[in-house]
Design a protein around this ligand. Structure first.
Ligand SMILES: [Zn+2]
Length: 459
């Protein structure tokens, strides 16, 4: 007798959604059947869709260090509410995760608060040693992040987005050093993810902004497509020269899609992710929404949005992640030009993609790949996570495609839940989220707290 049976749903399995009964034993998928089998607990899911649990590989929970913005309890509850069963937590906490000691102390801190499963990123800086990379790899780091061109505050080691005059910093690695980091990560067989926006272009344009113009137009001018494209081209060359697997986070432009497609065709191990905000919104929406929709890189134009949607459907863009990066409401309640970049996104990642699919802007059949399978494959979690298949963790989401999701403040779990979709209604509704066969969210309520640290398999 199985522990759990999910009966009557259309299940995302083998690249399609088809009716099959799913059975779970010891927290893993064990059997699929056209007939009803014996199970202690049954979920009657007729009329619902069943997707693998979403893996959000790009989450900044601000914890420790900036917990007035967000903390891991809130972000992982928001994850559960949004169908996300695994988050990969970005390393730029204060202090950042750069070595053995910072990894271990943060891991213990996050484990106490995790409502869903989590992996951890490491950060490479100008001071990273081969020993740090070896230590973090053996501790089970998911991958390494390079904030290309960004300095760290000398005292707090916080990432510096806009340096203040006279601020003591650890300078960013120059490109000679970056090439060596690619080499070291190739040897360690770890993915290097890059924030690809050329900081010198941004700094120059910010200082030479010229005549005053609309704040949104100015942001697009200060952080142009060429800043993303130039860094991506360099990353592709460095990857080709070293064999390092490189991943571009939060890719925002049509030019980016073209570069990653070309690189992959010539055999370079480059992947890219984009985010819901680049798929559902354009700069015109940002003008209407204001500071809440300010992100780096900026949300661009219709041709970029369309190229990113097409790139996901064709496989050129590997997956979607949220770049969950909340700020306190007061920090965002300033003019657009002064507002910090980022907003709460982990809970809306799946609902926004589901809405796009139900509106016919993205094939429904590609959602399991771009939200679960591809991030699992890239970060060494596949065969543990990432698909509804025998032996995988029974992480899944039940969806009612005919219902609607209302995103009011009361429905959102982040400490600072403001996001561009707050107060709107999306097509489709997540009715339950299961982690290793256990319900963590049912009908909008968090019902369990069951997260564990997840270590990748060796590549
Ligand atoms: Zn980020």
């Amino acid at each position: 007798m199985f522990e759990l049976g999910i009966e009557g749903a259309h299940v995302a399995i083998g690249g399609e959604l088809r009716p099959v009964n799913v059975y779970v034993e010891q927290g893993r998928f064990r059997a699929f059947s056209d007939t009803v089998l014996e199970a202690k607990q049954r979920i009657q899911a007729t009329g619902l869709l069943m997707f693998p649990g979403v893996i959000d590989s790009h989450v900044h929970s601000r914890d420790p260090g900036l917990t007035h913005k967000e903390d891991f309890l809130h972000s992982t509850r928001a994850a559960a509410a949004g169908g996300v069963t695994t988050v990969l937590e970005m390393p730029n906490s204060v202090p950042p995760v750069t070595d053995r000691a910072s990894f271990l102390s943060r891991q213990a801190h996050l484990a106490e608060q995790a409502t869903v499963d989590f992996g951890m990123w490491g950060m490479v800086t100008s001071e990273t040693s081969p020993q740090d990379i070896e230590d973090l790899s053996s501790l089970g780091v998911s991958a390494f992040k390079l904030f290309w061109g960004y300095a760290l505050d000398r005292e707090t080691r916080a990432l510096v987005y806009v340096p203040k005059a006279g601020q003591p910093v650890i300078p960013p690695p120059d490109n000679g050093r970056v090439l060596e980091l690619f080499q070291l990560l190739a040897q360690a067989k770890k993915v290097l993810a890059v924030h690809a926006e050329d900081n010198a272009i941004i700094a120059f344009r910010s200082q030479h902004a010229g005549e005053s113009r609309d704040a949104v137009e100015r942001l697009l001018w200060e952080r142009p497509v060429v800043a993303e494209a130039a860094t991506m081209e360099l990353a592709a060359e460095f990857s080709q020269a070293t064999g390092c697997a490189v991943h571009v986070v939060h890719m925002s432009s049509k030019a980016g899609v073209d570069i990653v497609r070309r690189a992959r065709r010539s055999g370079i191990d480059m992947t890219a992710e984009t985010c819901p905000q680049y798929l559902a919104l354009t700069a015109d929406d940002v003008k209407a929404l204001g500071p809440v929709a300010k992100v780096y890189p900026p949300i661009r134009h219709a041709e970029d949005r369309e190229a990113l949607l097409a790139g996901l459907a064709s496989g050129a863009v590997a997956f979607v992640a949220s770049d969950h990066a909340p700020h306190a409401a007061a920090e965002k309640a300033v003019p657009f030009a002064e507002a910090p970049a980022g907003f709460a996104g982990v809970q809306t990642l799946f609902p926004v993609l589901l809405d796009l699919a139900l509106r016919g802007q993205l094939p429904m059949a590609c959602l399991p790949d771009i939200l679960s399978r591809h991030p699992a494959e890239r970060y060494g979690l596949f065969r543990i996570k990432g698909a509804i298949d025998v032996g995988f963790d029974a992480d899944f989401v039940l969806v009612d495609p005919r219902a609607k999701t209302h995103l009011g403040r009361a429905e959102l779990y982040s400490l600072n839940p403001e996001n561009p979709w707050m107060g709107t209604e999306l097509k489709g509704r997540i009715t339950a989220t299961y982690l290793r066969g256990q319900a963590v969210m049912e009908n909008g309520k968090i019902v369990a707290h069951a997260g564990r640290f997840i270590k990748p398999e060796a590549r």
